[in-house]
Design a protein around this ligand. Structure first.
Ligand code: NAD
Length: 355
């Protein structure tokens, strides 16, 4: 089992180190190979996704990714900015299905900004399409407006588009995920305004015929944003396009108290995947030894479950994380009174002790 380890920037190396420590404590034979990515890739070879890093990612069975980005690279041209590495990996490896679970652990309900009764026991899975939509659609750019009220003025434009096979494949992934859970799937769109969304909705309905045991419902994205804070426990699996999923998955993340707890997986059609915490590189706390490594450790658990065929090891890690929370260990981002505050390394050690 070959794992490409791409720590990246900011807190990336600190949290990935803890996840690697946990993987090594499982007693399995992993071949772990590390390479620079993001700002670290740019420093090493002038590009955020160096060729050797991409080659390693392609040859591996799974990729464990930290985070990329730092304010010091904001002045670089867009193609050289650290964040391009993650877009490049998604594109080159055809990682089209993004799984973002939002789970509110009972011990952490106090850390959520919502009332405990609204979030306690929350367990949502957001399935976001990652390869298409307005983030990649062509044409895009700036130009002189060819028509409309502002004809002749400078304008910026992007293109929202989805091809039928793209929608079908994410629909199947989402229905299959719902089959393994509460069998409720909510497809989020903006079909009252957007042609692309109506097309998306029609295909969801068509694919639903193959999954009669899954209850499919539809919700406009503006309503979904409201329902997520009003009654989040009403959701089981949510499937949506790239842009809506980007926004809603961050909203769902905050319901749980801390983005430092949330793992994610981005999978291709063969379940090869890139696993990373849902948060970014947190340059504001990098190097201080206080970052929460649990999202990355839980991402490693998802990797064992989805790409490496070791669900029992995934269960072990997830149980160990629950145990350290029960024992009262907390990093600064999830601290509540009466708990024991620990740093990044101590939290990793606590998970290994619990294993
Ligand atoms: P961020 O997620 O890095 O940080 C937001 C806030 O959450 C910060 O206050 C940070 O300290 C805190 N935080 C994040 N992770 C934490 C953890 N594990 N433990 C404790 N606290 C944590 O988002 P941002 O500040 O908007 O972005 C910072 C950089 O990260 C930017 O360059 C951005 O482009 C990049 N980014 C990268 C990814 C990625 O690599 N996939 C995703 C999002 C943002």
């Amino acid at each position: 089992m070959k794992i490409a380890v791409l720590p990246g920037d900011g807190i990336g190396p600190e949290i990935v180190k803890e996840a690697v420590k946990v993987l090594n404590a499982l007693g399995e034979k992993f071949e772990l190979e590390e390479a620079p990515v993001g700002g670290a890739g740019y420093e090493a070879s002038g590009h955020p996704l160096p060729e050797a890093t991409l080659a390693l990612a392609k040859s591996a069975d799974a990729i464990l990714f930290g985070a990329v980005g730092d304010w010091k690279y904001d002045k670089l041209e867009r193609a050289l900015r650290p964040e391009q590495a993650i877009l490049g990996l998604r594109k080159h490896l055809e990682l089209f299905a993004n799984f973002r679970p939002a789970i509110c652990y009972p011990q952490l309900t106090g850390a959520s900004s919502l009332k405990p009764e609204i979030v306690s026991g929350l367990d949502i899975l957001i399935v976001r399409e990652l390869n298409g939509d307005i983030y990649f659609g062509q044409p895009r750019g700036t130009r002189e407006a060819p028509d409309g009220n502002f004809k002749g003025a400078r304008e910026g434009f992007d293109t929202m588009r989805y091809a039928e096979p793209e929608v079908r494949r994410i629909a199947h992934v989402a229905f299959q995920a719902a089959q393994k859970r509460q069998k409720k799937l909510t497809s989020v769109d903006k079909a009252n305004v957007l042609e692309t969304s109506q097309f998306w909705k029609d295909i969801m309905i068509d694919v639903s015929k193959e999954y009669p045991e899954v209850e499919l419902s539809h919700m406009y994205v503006d309503n979904a944003a409201m329902q997520l804070v009003k009654a989040p426990k009403a959701f089981d699996v949510v499937v949506t396009g790239n842009m809506f999923g980007d926004i809603l998955s961050d909203e769902a993340a905050m319901l749980t108290g801390s983005i430092g707890m949330l793992p994610s997986a981005s999978l291709d059609k063969n379940n090869k995947g890139l696993y990373e915490p849902s948060h970014g590189s947190a340059p504001d706390i990098a190097g201080k030894g206080i970052a929460n490594p649990l999202a990355t450790i839980l991402s490693a658990a998802m990797m064992l479950r989805y790409s490496l065929g070791r669900p029992e090891q995934a269960d072990r890690i997830e149980s160990a994380v629950k145990k350290v929370l029960e024992q009262g260990y907390r990093t600064a981002d999830i601290i509540t009174p009466d708990c024991k505050q620990v740093g990044t390394v101590e939290m990793g050690d606590a998970v290994i002790a619990a294993l």
